[in-house]
Design a protein around this ligand. Sequence first.
Ligand SMILES: *Cc1c(COP(=O)(O)O)cnc(C)c1O
Length: 457
Amino acid sequence: MTLQKKIMLEDSELPKQWYNLTPDLPTPLNPPLGPDGKPITPEMLAPVFPMNLIEQEVSQQRWIDIPEPILEMLASYRPVPLVRAYGLEKALGTPAKIFYKNESISPVGSHKGNTAIAQAWYNKQFGIKRLTTETGAGQWGSALAYASALLGLECKVFMVRVSFDQKPYRKMMMNTWGATCVPSPSTETQTGRNILAEFPDTPGSLGIAISEAIEQAVTDPKGETRYSLGSVLNHVMIHQSIIGLETKKQLAKVGIKKPDVVVGCCGGGSNFAGISFPFMYDKVNGADIKIVGIEPFSCPTLTKAPFLYDHGDVARMTPLLPMYSLGHTFIPAPIHAGGLRYHGMAPLVSAALRDGLMEARAVHQSECFEAGLLFAKTEGIIPAPETTHAIAGAIKEANIAKEEGKEKVIVFNFTGHGLLDLVGYEKYMTGQLKDYEYPAEEIAKNLEVLKGYPLPV
Ligand SMILES: *Cc1c(COP(=O)(O)O)cnc(C)c1O
């Protein structure tokens, strides 16, 4: 057989350093701001995150050594294969070569373990005993539950109500790894109680769940609890860079110097940053690479929202972050891609878009499920609903290559499998899913509360 389907790396070829885009941005990052509009100090974040992660959050270092114990834990599933999508290429009749980075083979079924392991390790090093977090579709909660089990930490997860009801197996996974999972808004926090009093039937949102998780971390009288965020923050983007760094080595193995197009789906921005930032490094240094982020029309942060300062959560407990945002009070329509429903976008991804290092496109849910089904039938793996956005993006690029008659190299991030998301597929196949575009007037309304806030420069 001469066909090369999977490009593998040895354990010894795991990247030993993470990449940080911060020092390579054309315009410096705007700092996070406190309630008084002044840049926050690391000490102000100390009740929420351990200092070793805060140091990484503000790091200007381009390459950051990955501690050996983290590499050893990552090695239980990494390096993950880069796979040539021959079946999909054939179905599309495209001259493009399509590759996908298969992050779905991790124990949690997505890329989220990459940062969960790192964050749990840094917290443990710092003497923390218990982690709190939020989860949308349940992927991040499962990942932190898994990593906490590896390191012997307690883990408490606030899961967005609508997903808690739609995806009971996610909670069972978390419980199996020894974590606790409650629906958010919950009665366990002041934020949750306030929201339930006003909106007893709310489907919840990531913004609400984040507020609850932070509140529970900072009110631990013993000071042994910290909060952990699965996306958005700089240190998460850094941890996920291992995806793109492996991909580069794998492309080199089959003689490809650079891809023509890199595609990722965008929720909070972490998997997109992971696959694309190492290629943005090349782009900053002159390489011609098209980098595209794909998001749902129902949560159009990159394609419709303005770039401004906003809070990461509904109770305004987080500092103000410079990002594209739909407003922290945004309550998304209950589409099935739970992981793509966050109101903001990682400051680093936001900066990359503003500085022209990438472009963004919105897609409808039906186009995504159609792409997901085609992928399942041609490549075998059933993708997570979030992942189908990246597939739809890659298919679009492959069709462009077909029109142009060019043999382009397209790489996309296959972020996770959809084996716990089959209800979404069922609804699509039985015609119960509606496309929904978030109206511009609603965005304007959400953003009214931000009047008088400082603006990024
Ligand atoms: C969480 C998640 C996403 C989106 O989150 P990012 O931080 O934008 O990567 C995408 N795909 C899957 C499978 C996820 O679990």
